[in-house]
Design a protein around this ligand. Structure first.
Ligand SMILES: Nc1nc2c(ncn2[C@@H]2O[C@H](COP(=O)(O)OP(=O)(O)OP(=O)(O)O)[C@@H](O)[C@H]2O)c(=O)[nH]1
Ligand SMILES: [Mg+2]
Length: 314
């Protein structure tokens, strides 16, 4: 009965919410937990998410379109500026903003800047403060984190509709996050058909899984320098119908020749490891065995070069 063409049942709610926060606050991990499926890659490196990702939560009484955004940060490159731009754009499209504030860190200048920017919005959506990573702190520290949120609320003259501690890793209070957001949505029809969990194109999901594997174990500036492009993806011809094989041709892009050696590793060992880890993830996502051909390419200073950024889809 939630098919938009048939019409929604009485009282059905639908709408859009986004997760915002500084880099590494746990937005994407929470988005995956809320949607119940991996739609966004995550990592311990800040600025992992580089585009706006939509996930859909289906409930008998509601449909929530959840938008995961890049972490808002002080930009040091043109890429950073463009990523921040995506965050601001999203604010104008949502019914609810979920501000993610990690329990294991104090509210700092980065969070205050974000909250002040939200306070300036001409049309202010509902606001929910989500105190993330609650599993990483003691009960006492968690209570302190909640008090800090109310202090920030007063200082910045904001009003949260709710303050919810939760852990995307243990699953604690994830349902509460969904429930609170859904109650703040307007009545309306479902926007997406039942069963659809994201509108990410398959190629994007595949490129992201490769980037996630590449981020594992690299340090310093390198995570920021890595991008992944899919050159081609096709089912291999001449395979028996019950044993398909998907050929994926992808490039890992870095910014400098010196980085190329690092991501390839001694005798190509590191690149093989990344390829193997990514291949397994892609096969799991698509349910098809995969052959991954992964090359490394240098696009000089791509994070600062508008032409290269456009070419990479930013
Ligand atoms: N223990 C614990 N770790 C978490 C939790 N949520 C996220 N993390 C970890 O925090 C790190 C950052 O998580 P992400 O979800 O990638 O953070 P993000 O806010 O999306 O980061 P950006 O995309 O870079 O802005 C990862 O190492 C996660 O495993 C949580 O609830 N508990
Ligand atoms: Mg993220």
């Amino acid at each position: 009965m939630t098919d938009p063409h048939i019409g929604a049942p009485e009282g059905f709610r639908s709408g859009f919410a986004c997760f915002v926060g500084r880099p590494n606050a746990g937005k994407s991990t929470l988005a995956n937990a809320v949607v119940g499926s991996k739609i966004a890659i995550t990592s311990s490196k800040p600025q992992t998410t580089r585009h706006v990702i939509r996930g859909i939560v289906h409930r008998p009484d509601a449909q929530l379109v959840l938008i995961d955004t890049p972490g808002l940060h002080k930009p040091r490159t043109l890429l950073g500026e463009r990523l921040n731009g995506l965050v601001y754009e999203t604010w104008s499209e949502v019914d609810v903003i979920g501000v993610c504030l990690p329990a294991n860190q104090h509210i700092g200048p980065g969070d205050e800047f974000l909250l002040a920017e939200i306070a300036k919005l001409p049309r202010r959506p509902h606001l929910v403060a989500i105190v993330t990573k609650s599993d990483t702190v003691s009960g006492e520290r968690l209570r302190r984190a909640l008090v800090e949120v109310t202090e920030a609320e007063e200082k910045l003259d904001l009003r949260f509709d709710a303050i919810i501690p939760c852990s995307a890793v243990s699953g604690e209070q994830v349902d509460e996050v969904i429930g609170v957001i859904v109650r703040l949505l307007p009545e309306g029809p479902a926007y997406y058909p039942a069963g659809e969990i994201t509108d990410e194109p398959t190629e994007t999901l595949v490129a992201e899984l490769i980037r996630e594997a590449a981020l594992e174990g690299v340090r310093d500036e390198l995570p920021h320098s890595i991008a992944v492009t899919i050159e081609e993806m096709r089912l291999r011809e001449g395979r028996p119908e019950d044993r398909p094989l998907l050929d994926v041709f992808a490039s890992m892009v870095v910014e400098r020749d010196s980085q190329k050696g690092i991501v390839i590793g001694h005798k190509g060992e590191r690149l093989r490891e990344v390829g193997s880890a990514a291949r397994q993830q892609i096969a799991r996502l698509l349910g098809t065995p995969v052959h991954l051909d992964l090359r490394v390419k240098v696009m000089k200073d791509w994070q600062r070069d508008p032409k290269q950024l456009n070419r990479l889809g930013f």
